[in-house]
Design a protein. Structure first.
Ligand SMILES: *Cc1c(COP(=O)(O)O)cnc(C)c1O
Length: 398
């Protein structure tokens, strides 16, 4: 079989070759599923330190049962966009549950966090507006920000003085993250709320990695930092990380949600998430709210890992969350290190540019309440054979 001609207006081959030469070519690996802090690939079981399943819920019996019951009741698909007939009682119930949990007036569901972020920015920001973003914000925010007619200013990571210098009164939206996805550190939400209030601008949190993990009842970064939900105009979170399912939401005032129902194109022109999925997420939230023990266990694993990695001389991030980056620097060295850990039965992601800035390639280690202390010790043992102090390439003869 021959495919279409490879010549034409798009230099795909050259782009791929460029990535390959820089050690940045991405390839996918089809797994046989993950559960209990383990990952099965090609018949082998690995300890999984690269998922965002922070509470170990991706394979939880009660959530699976809720999903299955939802399928029995509502079928497999929503069948239409939410403004047509795709919106069901299960969606409405989930929105109400989220609003009550997070202390917002109203909530709107999206198929994924990427589209939720893009929808909000696109619906709100016109030519006359300004958008201020942390430089380490997620690609969905950066990318949409740079495509919009508004002016975008990016401030140095968590640098509130830099943001304050850039702010103009009553001009637009400040966006940052609860927990930064590649670094694991948190934004200073009290300071952000103060700056937003003083300058008369709106404030939005992307709490994809804080939701379920931080704060009382897992309410997220704002709750953990003691920031009242009323001081943040837009809360966005996802269901595919700690909640173990998929999808996302945007919460805020009733007026904001009514506006998005009318003007958020990713909402209006997209088939709604399956009702069964909404049933599963509602069940997951019930479990997450009651998961203080799992969060305490996770906290202990984080401390154990950081101490062990520090003793081995690794450069850790300023993170007290389940996202623990180990800075390596060079892309190829980082890839090699990840491969060597895999040889030892430990699955860790190598994160390279353009996901992170050039020269800051890293292992992104994520811990989960599904891990046991012995699992963390096995990870540390594997890292110990590839000592941080030695140049990668020479290390790991063990
Ligand atoms: C994962 C992630 C998203 C995207 O959410 P999906 O539901 O996976 O599309 C958005 N923002 C941040 C910070 C994320 O980590």
């Amino acid at each position: 079989m021959t495919g279409p001609a490879v010549t034409g207006p798009f230099a795909l081959g050259a782009a791929l070759a460029g990535r390959e030469q820089a050690g940045l070519l991405r390839n996918r690996i089809a797994t046989d599923g993950a559960s209990g802090g383990r990952l099965r690939v090609a018949g082998r079981e690995y300890l999984n330190f690269s998922a965002n399943d922070y509470l170990g819920l991706v394979d939880h019996g009660a959530i699976k049962a809720a999903f299955q019951e939802g399928v029995d009741r509502y079928g497999t698909g929503a069948g239409a966009s939410p403004l047509v007939t795709g919106y069901s009682g299960a969606h409405q119930q989930l929105e109400e549950t989220l609003a009550e949990w997070l202390g917002v007036e109203a909530v709107l569901l999206f198929n994924c966090g990427f589209s939720a972020n893009q929808a909000v920015l696109k619906a709100l920001l016109g030519k006359a507006h300004l958008l201020w973003q942390d430089k380490l914000n997620h690609a969905s925010l950066q990318e949409m920000g740079s495509q919009l007619p508004c002016k975008m200013k990016r401030f140095a990571h968590n640098d509130m003085a830099a943001l304050e210098r850039q702010l103009e009164p009553n001009r637009g939206l400040i966006v940052s993250e609860g927990v930064f996805s590649m670094d694991g550190d948190q934004a200073p939400w009290r300071a952000l709320a103060t700056l937003a209030a003083q300058s008369g601008n709106w404030l939005m949190i992307d709490d994809a990695h804080g939701l379920g993990v931080l704060g009382p009842e897992g309410r997220g970064t704002l709750a953990a930092q003691g920031v009242t939900p009323a001081s943040v105009h837009i809360q966005m979170g996802t269901f595919g990380k700690a909640l173990g399912v998929a999808g996302a939401f945007v919460g805020g005032s009733r007026e904001l949600v009514a506006y998005l129902v009318n003007f958020a194109r990713h909402y209006v022109y997209s088939t709604h998430m399956p009702a069964a999925q909404a049933c599963a997420v509602s069940k997951s939230i019930e479990l997450v709210r009651a998961a203080d023990e799992a969060r305490a266990h996770l906290g202990q694993l984080i401390v154990r890992f950081r101490q062990g990695a520090k003793d081995q001389g690794w450069q850790l991030g300023a993170s007290d969350t389940p996202i623990q980056p180990l800075l390596v620097g060079e892309s190829r060295a980082t890839l090699q290190l990840a491969e060597r850990l895999r040889d030892r039965g430990v699955w860790v992601s190598a994160i390279r540019p353009p996901t992170v800035p050039v020269g800051t390639a890293r292992l992104r280690i994520t811990l989960s309440a599904a891990h046991r202390e012995q699992d963390v010790d096995r990870l540390l043992d594997a890292l110990g054979v590839c000592p941080a102090a030695t140049t990668v390439g020479e290390a790991c003869h063990g």
